[in-house]
Each structure stands twice: as C-alpha cells, then as structure tokens.
Design a protein around this ligand. Structure first.
Ligand SMILES: C[S@@+](CC[C@H](N)C(=O)[O-])C[C@H]1O[C@@H](n2cnc3c(N)ncnc32)[C@H](O)[C@@H]1O
Length: 306
C-alpha cells in the first residue's frame, strides 16, 4: 500500500461532510435523466494513514501508538450508493495514481479514470470538451467537484470555469493559513511569485487594498523614498474577503465550515458552491448542505469536540 499521511481531526469532519453530501446528491438525482460525475481534483490514494496515541495519565494506561488506515475522498466517493456514472481522479503524484488505479479496479466502477498533471488544467479542459461542451447531451452532465489541495493550488480560473458551467456543485477547501503566510507584514517584501499566487487565489489584485494599510513614506538608504504599507489582515478578514469573491462567481456560497487545527480556529474553511440557474436546485442544495452541517455540529457538541 502507498502510504499517504495528512490531516487529523479536521480531515475526518471534512470527509464526513463530503460523504454525506455525495450520498444526498446521488439520491436526489437518481431518478432523473442526468449523467452524474464525481471529479476529485486532488485525489490522494483513496486512503490516509494516521498514528494515534492511546493511554496516558487520564486513562491510567501506558502511552502507546497505533497505526490506523482511514478512508480518503476517492474511496468515499466510490462507495456512494447509488454510484456516480463517471469518476475522474486527478493526482499529480505517480505512486498515488497507481494506488488509485487499484482502487478503481477493485470498485468495479462503470467509468473511472485517473489523470496525472495539474488539477486546474484538467478540470478546465474537461469542461471545455464533449460531453460537457459542444455536445447535444451537454445539458445532462452534472458534477460534484472536490477541490482539496494542500496549499493554494486552486486557481481562480478553475473556479470561474466551474461556475460558468452552471452544472457543478463544488466543495472547496480554502486554506486561510497558507494565504496568511504568503502575506509579509510589509507589502514591499511580497515577492512577485507570492504576489501572483495571491492573485491566482482571489482572482484579483484587490487583496492588497483589503489587507494592507499605507503608512508614511520612508526614506531608503539611497536617499530616495519608498511607499510602505503594513498588513492589517486577520484570518476573519481573509475569510470575509474570500467569501465575497466567491459570491462574484457562484449564485450559492455556503456558510464556510471552519476547520480547526491546533489552536487556530480558522486554519481551513470548507465551502459548498453552486451556480445552478435553477432556484429550486439552489434551494435543495442549500437545504442539503445546511442539514448536513447542522447534524455534524450537533454530533460533535455531544462528543465534546470543537
Ligand atoms: C490533501 S491531499 C488530498 C487528499 C484526498 N482528497 C483524500 O481525502 O484522500 C492533496 C493531494 O493533491 C495532490 N496534488 C498536489 N498538487 C496537485 C495538483 N496541482 N494537481 C493535482 N494533484 C495535486 C497531492 O499529491 C496530494 O495527494
């Protein structure tokens, strides 16, 4: 087995919400004339490995470490009943793709394909080609797209293409911590690669005015002057800005589900996005997402989890 170690408690919540939505979606669409697609842009291996610590003073047991293998997004999607008509997994890492191949073979899914390279390129291409475009059955194509990158790899252009398709429900993991780290305290210290990465993330350069405030012009060693501006962004402001940006593309932007890591309560946020032109479809998606998130929140409160 190809090991893939990532995430923690927040990953379980994220994947639990995704699984519940896939179930809701496939059942809602099962008697309709749509062709359903599950597209996983950052698919991993289908599993994730985690080391768990047991014992300690509260359990009155010696500390021990136990290896656990948990389901990843690809396995969860392949287990949905009724299944999707088409599965597409994009994964940049070769050995992980080999693991996905085995998973697809074992699942016996009707149409399952694994793709290397960059998720952005693939998703934009699939939406531009038949049967999604230039095809008499394009109206039948419907997708759930899961965008679960490590950092800031989802490009604005990809979100735009998904919104313009008007036929994809997108689950998007927004990494606030990664965005925050790209922004130096002094704007003059943001190099061009970071600047471009932030622009790709938000689809605008306006993040500068939202997150920086100009200070007095400072003299430099060479006797001339350079403008200075300091970061004023908080995780809450970054969250708010992203939500507004997403609302420029999608008719429905869910309340973000905050995913806590350690003591940082806004490390990641999980969004559900849809740009369906049908108010009935949007109302149904909204109800499905709200019910799923409310139920998880209740369960977690009962278990004493954040
Ligand atoms: C957080 S993991 C995804 C985990 C997966 N969703 C799951 O639940 O098991 C991110 C994955 O994206 C892959 N990756 C990174 N950059 C990528 C890119 N630009 N396009 C496609 N895959 C990429 C990594 O190799 C990694 O396996």
């Amino acid at each position: 087995m190809v090991e893939h170690r990532f995430g923690g408690e927040h990953t379980e919540l994220k994947l639990d919400v995704l699984g519940a939505y896939l179930d809701f979606y496939c059942n809602a669409l099962k008697n309709q004339r749509f062709e359903t697609w599950y597209i996983d842009g950052f698919a991993g291996t289908g599993f994730r490995q985690q080391t768990e610590m047991t014992g300690g003073i509260f359990d009155n047991e010696p500390i021990a470490f136990k290896e656990k293998t948990l389901l990843g997004s690809a396995s969860i999607a392949l287990n949905v009943d009724p299944p999707f008509d088409h599965y597409r997994f994009v994964e940049a890492h070769g050995p992980r793709r080999a693991a996905l191949n085995e998973l697809c073979d074992a699942a016996g899914a009707r149409d399952c394909a694994i793709q290397g390279g960059d998720a952005n390129d693939y998703i934009q291409k699939i939406l531009a080609d038949p049967p999604w475009s230039q095809h008499r059955d394009q109206w039948r194509q419907r997708a759930v797209v899961f965008l679960d990158p490590y950092g800031m790899s989802v490009k604005w252009q990809t979100l735009k293409a998904l919104a313009e398709s008007e036929r994809a429900d997108v689950w998007y993991l927004f990494n606030i911590k990664a965005v925050n780290q790209q922004m130096a305290r002094d704007s003059a210290r943001i190099d061009s690669s970071k600047f471009l990465a932030l622009q790709e993330q938000f689809g605008t350069a306006d993040w500068q005015t939202a997150f920086y405030r100009s200070g007095p012009t400072q003299g430099t060693l060479f006797g001339d002057t350079a403008p200075s501006s300091s970061k004023v962004a908080t995780p809450e402001q970054i969250s708010h800005f992203m939500r507004e940006r997403l609302s420029t593309l999608f008719r429905y932007v869910s309340d973000p589900l905050p995913l806590t890591v350690g003591n940082m309560d806004r490390y990641f946020e999980l969004y559900c996005l849809s740009n369906s032109p049908s108010p009935q479809a949007i109302a149904l998606i909204k109800k499905g997402v709200t019910d799923i998130i409310r139920k998880r929140a209740q369960d977690r409160r009962q278990q004493g989890l954040p």
